[in-house]
Design a protein around this ligand. Sequence first.
Ligand SMILES: [Zn+2]
Length: 299
Amino acid sequence: MSVIIHQTSCPCCNGFDIQEVLLVQDYTVSKETFPVWQCNSCSIRFTQDIPDENSISPYYKSVDYISHSDTNEGIINKLYHTIRKFTLKSKRALIEQQTKIKKGNLLDIGAGTGAFVNVMQDAGWQVKGLESDETARKIAFQKFNYNFQLANTLYNLEKEQYDAITLWHVLEHVHDLHGYMQKFYELLKPNGKLFIAVPNYTSADAIMYKKYWAAYDVPRHLYHFSPNSIDFLAKKYNFLITAYKAMWFDSFYISMLSEKYQTGQENFLMAVINGCISNFKTLFDVKRCSSIIYVLQKI
Ligand SMILES: [Zn+2]
């Protein structure tokens, strides 16, 4: 039986000054509509009336959900895969630059089909990947022979053993947000770094597309973070944000999908124009980017 969670306080700061701000459709799987609420204290937005952890899996069943499958069909998917090769290299460079380590111990949460784990392992890192989606785990096994364990294995790992923990567009999917944050602190070595990449609903493209902004991705995205709300979470769990990195390609990719949701068809020109506008604003303020990588270190 499906269990629905209705939040009566903010899932991030626990404040009670929360209100509905948007009604957003699930364009990729169920076509159902979900309310998006906002907390006026920490400024996070969150999807309201979400299926609980045991009832949400039907909302992940779609060939369109490319972060969990490796389909190469369609222009958007092709472009996504080409760009992914480039971004995987940039992620590795960022980790090595921020940790000042070349071959460390890394934990990747939400490892998907294993592409990032593969890049890091090839570079000499010791990597543990966790992934809860069965289809993704199967592909990771077929492709790379990886046996990813379920994400809740996290709670059983030994403390202070990782130089880096990475979540590439994963934290917005996690029901136990606070349990995870606390665990990250325990699992990292004293000088370890936490890399959290999440969409930014205060970005220029989010403001432009409103309820059609593809990165709301309800109900799979439980939270819609702002830089302020990540800062709140960081402080609550004794982290300091030491760097903000723009994810330049996300602006184009999200604009492309948003354009499709808004108009019913793919419109590359508009997507490129709006992606450029968003990135232009990001040039002057990284916190305007469609998605941001937050680098956190233990205080
Ligand atoms: Zn809040």
